[in-house]
Design a protein around this ligand. Structure first.
Ligand code: GDP
Ligand code: MG
Length: 743
């Protein structure tokens, strides 16, 4: 609903960490709810505030530094302002960091939307000796400026009164006009005229603003131009290209940089003549700067960063072990209860292997996600994450990624052992959508905790003397694959420039524990709500693929006959005790008869697996997979690995008619493969390469879909990763053969 006249709509805008959420909470209290902007993962918080009996509607926009579509958050914030046209925007600025925060204010003014400035964190500004002449600032900006301290609620009533005043005045949008200097101004004027004449977007946007977006290379605006008026858009693009070219040749710079310079120039003029003063000169070197001297030091910085990243990793995976194990033992108790109470049949298998395991699988990720988000919220809120991004930016930028991508990689298993589900979610800290997507798509190449036991099993079988070296090699290989494939993705399907790293480092801040907990819980709950149900549904589907169709009677018959033959050798007086398994019947040979029965059971499971849909797929795929040396047993194990990589070993165990007792199973499978003429070190290595790179498990795929907001990226990761994995494992296998390695 647009402006109904009766209800005032107020948007809260501001840089990340300016205290927007704190202020929003102080204003709305419990009268709020969290949703999402349609189709994407950006949070949308709405609430209301009652002023003199009138209910004002408040929306907390995502934190942004600019209004140019460099990131999803910026796009969402801008679309909201332009489409919903709130009567007033409360622009929250961090008074202790005024210059940088006013950058967004200037852009709001250029858009022309009516604003009220909340000069937040006045307490922090004071303690740093910053003095602000509020009334002069307000006069210069020509908008109300209200000092606030969101943490204590100071100033909030005055703020809402000022906002309501602006809203009821119903001013038309009046855009601010900034000069961008001799190179840009003339072109900007020409572009503005063309846009006005053509009436392009003029019903919702000031023409000069649209022209600026062309110069800033704003994909969304340019895309709209191409759609609605291709000729005009082509002319605007060529004007913009000319300036870009000219600036590059003459000043070795580009329009965005000049534009940013002039905005900062405008801001420093605003603050001149004592509007902002730093009284205590000695405090000039803030504590932040002091900390940064050590923490981003050229030599010490990377060491401290490695240590902190390692601690985050440890925290996420070690501390979550206790709740994970509790959950696991809870679910396995539930499973064995069902095992003993339910009657044999498909329903029993569905409940145990489909539902209980499925729900357990969904909830098993929860502690990981919870701990990961807590650690990241801590790094984010204190301001350290910005330092990590700053230090790693140059390296990661080479591969089309961002310094913050490192968090996703580490959590997905960059140190060896991790999980891509929280890893994919950790990419939320990235602001540019292309870099974020490239990170999400490549993080699953890391060696997660579920791939490791498979590697360990294969290494024990074929490279027993080189365990450590091979593991190190695999870790390096997965980093190389992730970075190179990210580069490939960024120069092809996700082509585009890296986000300019214009920003300074935000000051360090001590976050509140409550704030951290709220952040963490909100994000975790989203996972349970949105990904959980789908993951459960698909895990049931997988169970069905491995269970159906069941062996027909005539194929079960031979196994029953063999069982009968074994039972016939049991002395009749021991038979009841033997079949029921109560107490060990005391007759010679009982042990070996029992083993023979177990062997028959394993053979029956193997036959059932081969007969199932999954088994048939595995057999059918042999024609293709033989190029990499995989037979149906390997194929079916890899298929089950798509359900969860943990299942690769147990499925392979069934496919090779081995038992199901965890520890031993690993050993016996290892021994079995080592002695199998169809296996050799070359094939094992091809399988390892494949497992390292092929489709992420579907829980990760679901998260990729949820985090990117599009099905196609989930599908892409399955197809692309499997194609890459297959290509490389064929390469390894064939090249190895050609060199005479392997049997
Ligand atoms: P957002 O990213 O803009 O939503 O920022 P938050 O509301 O999460 O606040 C970031 C941090 O600043 C939190 O640790 C808040 O407790 C703190 N904070 C918010 N407002 C104030 C304030 O007025 N003064 C001080 N000293 N801290 C504040
Ligand atoms: Mg917030």
């Amino acid at each position: 609903m647009k402006d109904t006249g009766s209800q005032v709509l107020i948007a809260l805008a501001g840089n990340p960490n300016c205290g927007k959420t704190t202020l929003f909470n102080a204003l709305t209290g419990s009268r709020q709810h969290v949703g999402n902007y349609p189709g994407i993962t950006v949070e949308k918080k709405e609430g209301s505030y009652s002023l003199n009996g009138n209910l004002l509607r408040l929306v907390d926009l995502p934190g942004t530094y600019s209004l140019t579509a460099y990131s999803l958050e910026e796009l969402v914030a801008r679309d909201f302002l332009v489409q919903e046209r709130p009567q007033v925007v409360i622009d929250i600025v961090d008074a202790s960091n005024l210059e940088r925060n006013l950058y967004l204010t200037v852009q709001l003014l250029e858009l022309g939307i009516p604003i009220v400035v909340a000069l937040n964190m006045m307490d922090a500004a004071e303690s740093r000796g910053i003095e602000i002449d509020v009334s002069e600032l307000s006069r210069r900006l020509q908008v109300p400026v209200i000092p606030t301290v969101a943490r204590t609620g100071m100033g909030k009533v005055g703020l809402m009164e000022a906002a309501a005043g602006v809203a009821t005045a119903k001013q038309a949008w009046t855009p601010l006009h900034i000069s961008y200097g001799p190179d840009i101004d003339p072109v900007l004027d020409r572009m503005e005229r063309e846009i006005k004449d053509a009436g392009f977007l003029t019903d919702i946007l000031p023409p000069r603003w649209t022209a600026l977006k062309y110069l800033e290379d704003d994909e969304q605006v340019i895309g709209k131009g191409k759609e609605t008026d291709p000729e005009l858009s082509a002319r605007l693009e060529s004007m913009s290209a000319q300036v870009t070219d000219h600036l590059g040749k003459t000043l070795d710079t580009y329009p965005e940089a000049i534009i940013a310079d002039h905005r900062y120039g405008f801001i420093s003029a605003l603050l001149k003549d004592g509007v902002m003063r730093q009284s205590r000169k000695a405090d000039r070197l803030y504590m932040s700067d002091q900390i940064d001297r050590v923490v981003t030091n050229r030599f010490l910085g990377p060491l401290i960063m490695l240590l902190i990243l390692y601690l985050v990793y440890q925290f996420t995976f070690k501390y979550s072990e206790v709740p994970v194990e509790l959950l696991e033992s809870g679910f396995s108790a539930l499973g064995s209860y069902a095992e003993t109470t339910l009657p044999e049949g498909p329903l029993k298998s569905l409940i145990i292997s489909g539902i209980i395991d499925g729900v357990g699988g969904v909830l098993g990720f929860v502690p990981l996600i919870l701990f990961m988000f807590f650690a990241i919220a801590l790094l984010e809120d204190t301001g350290y994450l910005a330092r990590v991004a700053y230090m790693l930016d140059r390296v990661f930028r080479t591969f089309g990624l961002h310094g913050s991508s490192v968090m996703s990689f580490i959590i997905s298993g960059g140190i060896a052992g991790g999980c891509a589900v929280p890893g994919v979610m950790a990419a939320r800290t990235l602001r540019s959508s292309k870099e974020r997507l490239a990170t999400i798509l490549t993080a699953p190449f890391m060696n997660c905790g579920a791939k490791l036991p498979v590697f360990a099993m294969l290494i024990a079988a074929f490279f027993p003397a080189r365990h450590a070296q091979i593991m190190l090699l695999l870790t390096l290989l997965s980093w190389a694959a992730a970075l190179l494939l990210a580069k490939l993705i960024r120069v092809t399907i996700l082509r585009g420039p890296s986000t300019p790293f214009l920003l300074e480092l935000p000051p360090y801040r001590l976050p509140t524990f409550k704030g951290l907990l709220i952040h963490t819980w909100e994000r975790t709950w989203q996972y349970i709500k949105k990904a959980g149900t789908i993951i459960l549904a698909i895990s049931i589907l997988f169970w069905a693929l491995m269970f159906f169709p069941a062996l027909p009677e005539e194929k079960k018959h031979p196994f029953d006959a063999k069982r009968q033959a074994v039972l016939a050798q049991v002395p009749p007086e021991h038979l009841p005790a033997f079949t029921e398994g109560t107490g060990e019947p005391a007759f010679t040979g009982a042990e070996s008869l029992r083993e023979r029965l177990a062997d028959i059971d394993r053979d029956a499971s193997q036959a059932a697996l081969r007969y199932s849909y999954a088994g048939r797929m595995g057999t059918g795929l042999e024609k293709i997979t033989q190029w990499a040396g995989f037979d149906w047993r390997t194929n079916v194990a890899l298929l089950s690995g798509f359900a969860a990589k943990e299942l690769i070993i147990s499925t392979m165990g069934t496919a090779y008619s081995l038992g199901q007792t965890d520890e031993e199973e690993n050993r016996s499978l290892s021994d079995r493969l080592a002695g199998d003429p169809q296996w050799n070190p070359l094939k094992a290595f091809a399988v390892i390469v494949f497992i390292m790179l092929y489709a992420p498990c579907f829980a990760t795929v679901v998260c990729i879909i949820k985090e990117s907001g599009a099905w196609k990226w989930g599908l892409f990761s399955m197809v692309f990763n499997t194609a890459v994995a297959f290509f490389l494992s064929v390469l390894v296998f064939q090249a190895g053969h050609w060199m005479g390695l392997g049997g």
